[in-house]
Design a protein around this ligand. Sequence first.
Ligand code: DAH
Length: 343
Amino acid sequence: MSLSVELENLAGQFEKELAATSSPEDLEALRVAFMGRKGRLAALMALLGQAPPEERPALGRRANEIKKLFQDLLEGRAAVLRRPAAAAEFFDPSLPGRLPAQGSLHPITLVMNEICALLERIGFEVVSGPEAETDFHNFTALNFPEEHPARAMQDTLYLGGDTLLRTHTSPVQVRAMLEYKKPPLAVIVPGKVYRRDSDLTHTPMFHQIEGLLVDKSVSLADLRGTLAYFARSLFGREVRTRFRPSFFPFTEVSAEVDISCILCGGKGHRGGENCRVCKGAGWLEILGSGMVHPNVFKAVGFDSECTGFAFGLGVERVAMLKYGIGDLRLLFENDVRFLAQFA
Ligand code: DAH
């Protein structure tokens, strides 16, 4: 075999063995075997003297090229072996990126934020109070006398002693007035409330928003105007409100407030059938309200000149109406397929 062919064979061998190396030690062994002083390239060069004189310059040049090639290949392979294994894996930079999964706010949170924002816009301040509450704040100061049957209106979870889980956000009215010491004040209180109640349409924990405004010469007209603004902002300009006489110990007068049905517009029917949202009534009850009872002012040390109004609403109910949610339980199951729709 001619020296020239042997040189090319050697180059081929080198590349094959180089591909099989997996460590710096392998590389060093390969270098010594092929390029060392007693290596295979040196052995071929030693034969150069036996080649025909006219071929020697070309053979010499080729041998040097091959030596340079071996050096370059060794360096390249060393760089590949230094790279961490993961990075050496195939990476396609033209693939579209993977977006991180994004969460969304819970519909209850969305509705609470919206209601707070629209009442803050007309001057109410957001305040909060404890969920474990005293009997005094939850009942007595709100004009529920001890042993009075009005307390049975709310099935209470007692914690022992004088404490209980608040059954409504109204105790924060008492806390706010004690803190302000005198009028004027206008506060809203979003928060969790608890009752011993659990069925298809009641959960032991739910959310309310309380509103309280106290000043001199506040009238029922102020309450009506505020709640009309509230209903139109939340459900749309065309929504009408109506007051129905009711009873709450902490207000006198007391009213339940209805809005015209947001599905049928108050007609009670759609396409010859009873409206499925208002069940034909044309109205939907959305909150309780009234003028603050003088006994409540007395309990917090406000003078008898004070006047004010208060209202309280259930957030779950508003969320169900607003988003057309038919089943209360959807709000508590935390099924991501449901929640993702509010993103
Ligand atoms: N606290 C009442 C409830 O939980 C709701 C309520 C009614 C709050 C009338 C008020 C009000 O402030 O004036 O059922």
